[in-house]
Write a new protein. Structure first.
Length: 305
């Protein structure tokens, strides 16, 4: 789905870094919200975009984690706590951001968890689906008016090539709790497919406005996200043909590019890999699946929207 203009190809590659793709950009006056700012891709994105002049709202599981990350990165941010698996915390986070009373130029949904070895549940759903998708769903919907207030607000969903390896049918609406069967790999893929479907549905709903929504695959990077991979059968070679050799600085390039590139103004409903448009799975291209996921997400999060 691409309700806006077709995305142009860039000169950047999988070896480009976040600094490379933002070189020369002046982001003064821009407000950029980043979830999971305290480590990995979020930390790099926060550092690079803040040093380009943006006012970064750094969201982490605790305010202390966000503050320590900013100090380590050598930048000044507005730190806010948010535990995405606790929807009350997401509501509180959104209210704190709303009190800042400023438009949001970029809402980067970066935080996530990966391949939990054993089934964990909260709010009646499996934890990866809750954290990676539903928490961001609530946050985005509660702040969407702030994105629309920006001259050309952008929502950037950090998905993954793992969306190709989801559960049968893409989203198993009859087993979102994981109680019937649970597999760490496919449930992670389901949550990443949900990110992509949410981005596509957002793009459809934002059509006619100046705001856009796009999704990205950052690549395979050895960050804290991968801490659960040991001890389970998770075939990384099935995700990508190239070796695990990308740095966090390289991994953050695509999300920073999609968040800021002038060439992408008006581009919406696209999926990017290595700073360039890429093809998605057949499930990610199913508008009916995206519409159903949105409706089910609204039902699951009704008390928090």
């Amino acid at each position: 789905m691409n309700p806006g203009p077709s995305p142009p190809r860039s000169r950047f590659t999988r070896r480009s870094t976040a600094k490379d793709v933002t070189a020369g950009l002046d982001l003064a006056g821009k407000t950029i919200l980043i979830t999971g700012c305290n480590s990995g891709l979020g930390l790099v994105s926060m550092q690079v975009l803040a040093k380009c002049g943006a006012h970064v709202i750094g969201v982490a599981r605790s305010r202390d984690k966000a503050e320590m990350a900013a100090e380590r990165a050598g930048v000044a941010i507005t730190p806010i706590a948010c535990e995405l698996s606790d929807l009350d915390s997401v509501v509180d986070c959104s209210e704190q951001i709303r009190k800042l009373d400023r438009p949001i130029d970029v809402l980067m949904c970066n935080a996530g968890i990966m391949a939990l070895p054993e089934l964990r549940q909260k709010h009646g759903v499996e934890m990866q689906f809750l954290t990676n998708h539903l928490g961001h769903f609530v946050l985005v919907n509660r702040l969407l008016d702030r994105v629309l207030q920006a001259p050309a607000g952008r929502i950037v969903m950090v998905s993954s090539l793992a969306h190709y390896f989801s559960v049968p049918g893409g989203i198993d609406f009859d087993n979102l709790s994981g109680e019937r069967r649970y597999d760490p790999r496919t449930f992670y893929g389901q949550s990443k497919l949900a990110n992509l479907l949410m981005s596509n549905e957002l793009a459809r709903r934002l059509a006619g406005s100046a705001a856009t929504a796009n999704a990205v695959h950052p690549g395979i990077i050895l960050t804290p996200l991968m801490r659960n991979l040991s001890g389970i059968q998770f075939n990384l070679s099935s995700l990508l043909s190239w070796p695990v050799a990308r740095s966090a600085e390289q991994g953050a390039a695509t999300q920073c590019y999609v968040a800021t590139a002038p060439a992408l103004e008006g581009v919406s409903g696209s999926y990017f890999v290595d700073c360039n448009p890429a093809r998605t799975s057949i499930h990610a291209r199913n508008p009916d699946l995206a519409t159903r996921l949105w409706a089910v997400s609204e039902e699951l999060a009704a008390d928090y929207l």
